[in-house]
Design a protein around this ligand. Structure first.
Ligand code: SER
Length: 339
């Protein structure tokens, strides 16, 4: 008998850490963790299996089908926005072909065990593309169906994969005589910039906020690559994990869309700096804007509207700005660096 599990790809990344912790301790099924890098030892202990490998490796994915009965996939593996600009073709392969491989795997799994396979996909504010700063300021809180004209390869990849997910869930093989639903139950969240107290992002463009905070906590100086007035929405990592768990648990009939914004708080880089210098007086923050990366941040909304998530699956963040910094980041980062 194959073992019933959930599969988490990119499990060693920032969101992966939180999800493995959550499902490793509370889940109904075991966790199979897949990542290019070997799993953190601490997380490894929580997993049924940790596999070091590539989502583009067909043989590896086939082996997963033969060994496990997969009931949900949290497909986190991706190249983030800054890294993707250096190697757009590789980004496309990993972010799009990789997602297609996992959607196929989900459909195949569903055919075997006859139940829907939930497919949770972290999309991003990078799926938006506002043409200029004036429009961004005027736009206010952007809804899911507005300004979806991304300027980055990563944003294009995320937006297209949202559509792929919708196709697999609603229109799969629509011309086949033996047409049957794919069995893939695709649900996506467009995340704001995420800030974790215990992991560091790599290769993203919203990374300036977590980089600033962690550098100061270590007593180091940091040159921020966007100007003080740059503003995008952010979220504390525990809320990101909560949103994925909550959306996954929502009854399918309640979901009027496949893709949801989630909002927590929106801040400028200057506001992050103000908090950081107060919390960690040894850190020194300067601003040295890097025009191309600033342009990417300027194309992302300053705020997002998350009414559909609140309405359909009861979304509400636990951490507003004050709680995120004072009750999560400050105490957790302090103990993290003083272990
Ligand atoms: N945080 C991501 C990035 O900066 C956006 O989803 O690439």
């Amino acid at each position: 008998m194959r073992q019933p599990v959930i599969l988490i790809t990119g499990a060693n990344g920032e969101i992966g850490h939180g999800l493995v912790e959550h499902f490793g301790r509370n889940g109904d099924h075991g966790v199979v963790a897949l990542d290019l890098k070997p799993m953190d030892e601490r997380l490894d202990a929580l997993c049924t299996a940790s596999i070091t490998g590539d989502i583009l490796d067909d043989n590896l994915l086939k082996r997963l089908i033969s060994e496990y009965e997969i009931h949900a996939i949290y497909h986190l593996a991706a190249l983030l926005s800054t890294r993707s600009e250096y190697t757009p073709d590789t980004a496309h392969k990993v972010n799009v072909n990789g997602t297609l491989n996992l959607l196929e795997l989900a459909a195949e799994q569903s055919r075997w065990h006859g139940q829907p396979v939930k497919f949770l996909f972290p999309s991003s504010i990078a799926a938006y593309g506002l043409p200029d700063l004036a429009t961004k300021t005027e736009a206010g809180a952007v809804r899911e169906d507005q300004w979806a004209a991304p300027k980055t390869m990563y944003g294009c990849n995320k937006l297209y994969c949202e559509q792929l997910g919708r196709y697999y869930t609603r229109h799969y093989r629509q011309l086949a005589a033996d047409r049957a639903p794919s069995g893939v139950d695709f649900r996506a969240i467009r995340f704001p910039g995420l800030i974790s107290a215990v992991t560091m992002p790599s290769g993203g463009t919203s990374d300036y906020a977590p980089e600033m905070i962690h550098a100061a906590a270590r007593g180091e100086s940091y040159a921020c690559f966007v100007p003080e007035h740059a503003q995008i929405p952010f979220m504390a990592m525990p809320d990101a994990i909560k949103s994925l768990v909550q959306l996954s648990a929502a009854p399918a009939e309640a979901l009027q869309r496949g893709v949801y914004n989630v909002n927590a708080f929106s801040i400028t880089a200057g506001q992050v700096r103000d908090w950081v210098v107060e919390a960690f007086p040894n850190g020194k923050i300067t601003f040295e804007p890097d025009a191309p990366r600033v342009a990417i941040v300027d194309s992302w909304p300053a705020e997002v509207n998350d009414d559909p998530a609140r309405r359909d699956w009861g979304w509400k963040p636990d951490y507003d700005l004050a709680r995120a910094f004072d009750e999560y980041l400050l105490p957790t980062i302090r103990s993290f660096y003083h272990r």
